[in-house]
Every structure is written in C-alpha cells, then in structure tokens.
Design a protein around this ligand. Structure first.
Ligand code: GLY
Length: 377
C-alpha cells in the first residue's frame, strides 16, 4: 500500500500542475465538458447535468492545496448556476449531481448559508419528484403532450443523486428526505439488479399505479445490455446508500454488482461502454472506470478486512491502466482523462468528459489518504 500511496502522490502532483494552468484559464466563464483541439468547451447549456463536476474538482483542489484561487472560482461558478434554479423548468433528477458538488460542498467546507439554502432548495425539488404509487424518483422531464411520455421512467444513475437527500435530512433533522431516498433505493434494489449482478439502465413503471412494466435500452448496447457507467453508478450509489443508512441490503447489492463488473473487465482493465456489446467498434468508457474505482475504494473500506483487497485491487488496476494509457499531462490538452463515451448508440465516443476527470481525481485523492479530503457524496 505504501507504493500505491507514493504512486497516487506522484499522479496528484501532475493533477495539480495541470489544474494550476487550466483553472485560471477557465476562470468563472464556463463549465468545462469536453475538449476541442485540446481546449475545454461545453456544447450544452448551463442547465446541463454535468455542470457541478468542474466545481467539485475546484473544491477538491482547494481542500488539497489551500489555494484560494480554487475556492474563488468554485464560488463564482456556483452563483452562475442560480439562473438554472430561477428558470426551474430544466431542473430534474440530476439536481443531486449539480448542487451536491457545488453548494453542498461549499456549505460543508465554509459554512456558507446561501449555499446551504441552494442545497436544501434542490433537495426539495428532488424529493418533489417522488412518485408515491411506485416509490420512485422520476427521471428527466417531458412536455405533458409528448409522444413518448416518461413520467414513469426511473434510471440507475439516480443512485448518485440521492445522497443530496441524505445530506438534507441531516441538515434539517427531518427524516422525510432520508425516507424518500431509501424508498427510491429499495425500488431500484428490487427492479434494477439482474440475478447475474448486472444492472439495467432505464426502468419503466406505470406512473398512475406504480406497477413495474419493463426495462428499456437507454445508453446500453441493447435492452439486455450492461452499460458500464450504469454499473459504476450502481456500485458507488449502493455503497453510498449503505454508508448513509447502514442497511446491509445496500452493501450486499453493491458487492454483487461489483463482482459482475470486476469479472467482466477486459484484459486492458479499461471498461468498454457496454460489457455486453460486440468487440468492434471499440467504444471505451474511462468515466465508468473512474467512477467504479471510487465506489470500489469506498466498498473496500466498509467490508470485513479479509474481503477488502478484492475491491481495492480492482480499483487500483483500473486507475493504473487509465493513467498509463488514457491520461494526457501535456499543456496542449486541458482535460486529464481521455476515452470517455456518452452512450453506445448516440453522442460522443472515446473523448474526454469532465466527470471522467472528476472521478479520476477523486479516486487518486482517496488513494493518497489526505486527512483533509472529504467524501462529498
Ligand atoms: N447520467 C447520465 C449519464 O451517465 O450519461
């Protein structure tokens, strides 16, 4: 483990060098998403679900370095998200990703009351999406007269959004948020996980009766696919729900999904976009690898000592493989981790995506074991 810590320290030095250049270049002007010709760009609007990740990176760097520059940009960009709150119409299940990594971290680190209000406001929005007939938090939005109405859709990604509710319960000393989170997690526990430990992406319920109907393809290869980022959201998400609740069913679920993920990993230790897709074309997804690594490291801390290495070693193998073959430490590239893929059938393939950088940095910081580092989720 000493060697791993030394390796993580070395990688952290490279991260710090890169961020000391890119953070001032980005300033408070944008929320980086991917890169074009080596420079950060964001082809989406300010309401895009990933716009908290860069802010989360800035806060992680602030904690690790005490450099006020990171804090200043994180605070400014958080204010920029207020426009999205005011517009309201684009808020959906992803408010967890957006405001947990911005306002909630800000409040936890600095005690800022405005940030706490933003976090509680967004937790209320997330809880307000709960469908009492089916015990689930609805995914996305659509126009009331849309051809394909998605009021009964639920996605595995949401397991990473509900930590906002656990935080809100602690903050207000009101179990409603906690109860909403666990009711939703229990529904996914029942319907999202297949007997072999793989997870579905989108589950469809009848929004009136709450009855489970079927699952659909979503970002997977096909309806029976094993979309690797979905597996990663589930490993980390169920582990987090275990950490926040102590419910053993969540830990057992995280382990089962982790066993599937680890056994499906290819020889190069870098996940494909879907573990059940054909070998060609090659669509890799390092964002899945980095997120799964974070979940596996946390899982390794909560299982009995004798089981811990299975998860920790799998995480380390993926992180080392990604560092060796997918990281760009040069000044001609703003991002760190390349080879991320949005979805199997649509969107960008084999490109840097900001949440890949976020989870890679989070995983490296976990391996360093810096006392100031925090579990933000
Ligand atoms: N949460 C959307 C995605 O993972 O692409």
């Amino acid at each position: 483990m000493e060697n791993i810590k030394a390796w993580a320290d070395e990688v952290f030095d490279k991260i710090e060098k890169k961020l000391s250049r890119t953070a001032p270049a980005v300033g408070d002007t944008m929320f980086p998403y991917t890169t074009e010709n080596g420079r950060f760009v964001n082809p989406y609007n300010d309401d895009w679900w990933t716009n908290g990740f860069w802010i989360g990176i800035l806060w992680k760097m602030y904690l690790a370095t005490d450099n006020e520059m990171y804090r200043k940009y994180a605070e400014k960009l958080e204010e920029k998200l207020d426009k999205v709150i005011e517009e309201f119409i684009f808020l959906n299940h992803d408010v967890g990703f957006m405001w947990l990594l911005s306002s909630v971290i800000n409040h936890r680190i600095t005690g800022d009351e405005t940030a706490a209000r933003r976090g509680l406001h967004m937790a209320t929005v997330l809880a307000g999406r709960f469908n009492i007939a089916g015990n689930f938090i609805r995914a996305w939005n659509c126009a009331p007269d849309a051809e394909e109405h998605n009021a009964g859709w639920v996605i595995i990604d949401s397991m990473m959004n509900i930590p906002l509710l656990y935080w809100a319960s602690r903050e207000t000393n009101d179990p409603r948020f906690y109860n909403t989170a666990t009711a939703h997690a229990d529904t996914l526990l029942k319907h999202a996980i297949r007997p072999d430990g793989s997870v579905k992406h989108i589950m469809v319920f009848d929004p009136e009766t709450g009855e489970y109907i079927k699952n659909i393809t979503g970002q997977s290869y096909d309806v029976d696919g094993a979309w690797s980022r979905g597996q990663a959201w589930a490993i980390y998400g169920f582990t987090l729900s275990y950490i926040h609740t102590g419910k053993i069913e969540y830990l057992d679920a995280a382990k089962r999904i982790a066993h599937y993920f680890i056994s499906a990993l290819p020889e190069d230790n870098i996940p494909p976009c879907d573990f059940r897709s054909p070998k060609e074309p090659v669509y890799k997804d390092t964002t899945a690898g980095a997120c799964a690594a974070c979940g596996l490291i946390e899982l390794s801390k909560v299982v009995p000592e004798g089981e811990s290495d299975v998860y920790l070693n799998a995480a380390i193998k993926m992180l080392r493989a990604m560092e060796e073959t997918c990281c760009d430490w040069s000044d001609s590239e703003d991002s760190i981790l390349g080879m991320g893929t949005e979805a199997y059938h649509h969107g960008m393939k084999n490109v840097p995506i900001i949440y890949g950088d976020y989870f890679f940095i989070e995983a490296i910081m976990k391996l360093r074991g810096d006392k100031k580092d925090m579990l933000f989720w």
